[in-house]
Design a protein around this ligand. Structure first.
Ligand SMILES: Cc1cc2nc3c(=O)[nH]c(=O)nc-3n(C[C@H](O)[C@H](O)[C@H](O)COP(=O)(O)OP(=O)(O)OC[C@H]3O[C@@H](n4cnc5c(N)ncnc54)[C@H](O)[C@@H]3O)c2cc1C
Length: 382
C-alpha cells in the first residue's frame, strides 16, 4: 500500500501498525491458520494472536489488555485491515474475540469481566456473540429465545443459528427475550459459559474463514450477576457493540481489496499476452484504476466512521455507509482481480480463490447491505 493511499488524517504510526500486522499475519499467522481444524475454532491461532500481543490492543489495561480508556475504533480498523491483508482466518479469529466479549466489557459485572476477559485477551478462552436465530436475522428485535425468571437468575431455552465460533466458544454473549411482545425493549443480554448444563449446539458447514454453528439451550441457568446491563436493556448492549464493530467489518473488506489489488498490479505488469504486458491493454488498465479507486474510497469511509466513533459522535449513518460501501467494493474488486488473473486465480489455495470465498459473507453479517441502506435512508430523514 503506497503512502498516498493512506488517509492523511491518520498518523504515520497508524500506518506502521497496519503494515506491521499485515506482515505478521502473512508470515507467522497464515501457516498456523492453514494447519487448523476445518470448520472448528483454531485455538493455536488464537493463542498466537495473544502471544504476539495483537489481541491485547483492543482490550482494557485493567483486564489483561493494553488499552487505557475506551477501545479505539480506528485502532480496531487498522488491526483488522492489516490482518486481513495477510490472513483472513487470523483476521476473523481476532475480530470475533472482540465482538463476542465487548458486551461483557461494556456491561458485565466486575466478577464476570475478571473471570473471562483476561483469558479472551490472551487468546486462551474463545468468545462468541449470539444474537441471530433461525427466525430472527435482519429483524433481530423479533428474537424469541426464552429467558425465564427463576430464583437467583434466568433459565434460557431456545436456539441461535449462524453463530461464529459456535459450538466451540467458551463464553457467549447471548440475547434472550425477557418480556413478551415488547420487541427490542424486551430483550436481555447474558454472559453464558459453555460449561453450563443445558448448553449444546453443532457446527455448520458454511462458506467462512472461521468456525460457525448453532447454540442450543435447554433450560441453561444463568445467575443474576451474569446479566449484561439492564434487564430488558439488552438490545442497546447489542447495538452499542455493533456501532463499534460495523466500520471494522468495512476495514476487513478493505484489507481484502488491498490484497487483491496488490497481487493484480504485480500480475498485470508481468503476464504477457499478444506480445505485451496485460496492463498495456486498456480493458485491463481501466479495471486496475477502478479497483484502486474503490479500495481508496472504501478506506476513507471506514476510517472516517471510525474516527467519528472515537470522537464520541453518533456514527449510525457513517458506520452503515462504511460497512455497505467497503463490503460491496471488496466483492467487486476481488472479482475484477480474478478476471485479470484468469484461470490460475481459481486454483484451490490461490490467494484470490480464498478471498473470493471469504469476502462474500461480509455483505450479510452485522446487517446485510439492504439493511445498511435502510439505516442510511432513515438517517437522511432524521
Ligand atoms: C459468516 C457468517 C457469520 C455470522 N456470524 C454471526 C454471529 O457471530 N452472531 C450472530 O448473531 N449472527 C451471525 N451471523 C448471522 C447474520 O447476522 C445474519 O445472517 C444476518 O443478520 C441476516 O439474517 P438472515 O441470514 O436471517 O437473513 P434475512 O434477515 O432472512 O434476510 C434475507 C434477505 O432479505 C433481506 N431483507 C430482510 N429484511 C429486509 C428489509 N427490511 N429491507 C430490505 N431487505 C430486507 C436481507 O437483506 C437479505 O437479503 C453470521 C452470518 C454469516 C453468514
Amino acid at each position: 500500500m503506497g503512502t498516498q493511499d493512506f488517509p492523511l488524517f491518520l498518523s504515520r504510526e497508524s500506518r506502521e501498525v497496519l503494515l506491521e500486522v499485515r506482515v505478521l499475519a502473512g508470515e507467522e499467522l497464515a501457516p498456523i491458520a492453514g494447519a487448523g481444524p476445518a470448520g472448528r475454532v483454531n485455538r493455536p491461532l488464537l493463542e498466537a494472536l495473544g502471544a504476539h500481543g495483537v489481541l491485547q490492543r483492543i482490550f482494557p489495561a485493567d483486564l489483561g489488555g493494553q488499552v487505557s480508556g475506551e477501545v479505539s475504533a480506528v485502532v480496531l480498523c487498522l488491526l483488522r485491515e492489516g490482518l486481513a491483508g495477510g490472513s483472513t482466518a487470523a483476521e476473523t479469529a481476532f475480530a470475533l474475540q472482540g465482538l463476542g466479549s465487548y458486551p461483557i466489557i461494556q456491561a458485565g459485572s466486575d466478577e464476570v469481566r475478571r473471570r473471562w476477559i483476561p483469558a479472551v485477551a490472551r487468546g486462551e478462552a474463545v468468545a462468541a456473540f449470539a444474537l441471530t436465530e433461525p427466525d430472527a436475522g435482519s429483524d433481530a428485535a423479533s428474537l424469541s429465545l426464552v429467558a425465564e425468571r427463576v430464583d437467583g437468575g434466568y433459565r434460557l431455552s431456545g436456539a441461535k443459528k449462524w453463530i461464529s465460533n459456535a459450538p466451540d466458544a467458551d463464553i457467549y454473549s447471548v440475547f434472550g427475550r425477557t418480556t413478551e411482545g415488547a420487541g427490542s425493549r424486551g430483550v436481555t443480554a447474558f454472559a453464558l459459559p459453555r460449561e453450563t448444563k443445558g448448553v449444546g449446539g453443532e457446527s455448520l458447514d458454511l462458506l467462512a474463514p472461521h468456525a460457525i454453528g448453532t447454540l442450543e439451550l435447554d433450560g441453561a441457568f444463568v445467575p443474576d450477576d451474569h446479566v449484561l446491563g439492564e434487564v430488558d436493556g439488552g438490545f442497546a448492549v447489542a447495538m452499542r457493540t455493533l456501532d463499534l464493530f460495523r466500520p471494522s467489518v468495512g476495514a476487513f473488506a478493505v484489507g481484502m481489496s488491498q490484497a487483491a489489488l496488490d497481487v493484480t498490479i504485480e500480475h498485470a505488469g508481468a503476464r504477457e499476452s499478444f506480445g505485451k504486458a496485460l496492463r498495456e491493454f486498456q480493458a485491463v488498465s481501466q479495471q486496475l484504476a477502478e479497483m484502486a479507486v474503490r479500495t481508496k474510497a472504501a478506506r476513507l469511509l471506514v476510517y472516517e466512521a471510525a474516527a467519528a466513533y472515537d470522537a464520541g459522535e453518533r456514527v449510525t449513518r457513517a458506520a452503515a455507509m462504511a460497512k455497505l460501501y467497503a463490503t460491496e467494493a471488496a466483492q467487486a474488486v476481488v472479482d475484477m482481480a480474478i478476471q485479470i488473473h484468469g484461470a490460475r486465480a481459481l486454483e484451490r489455495g490461490h490467494l484470490l480463490e480464498h478471498l473470493y470465498r471469504d469476502v462474500r459473507a461480509t455483505r450479510i453479517y452485522e446487517g446485510t447491505s439492504e439493511i445498511q441502506r435502510e439505516i442510511i435512508t432513515r438517517e437522511l430523514y432524521r
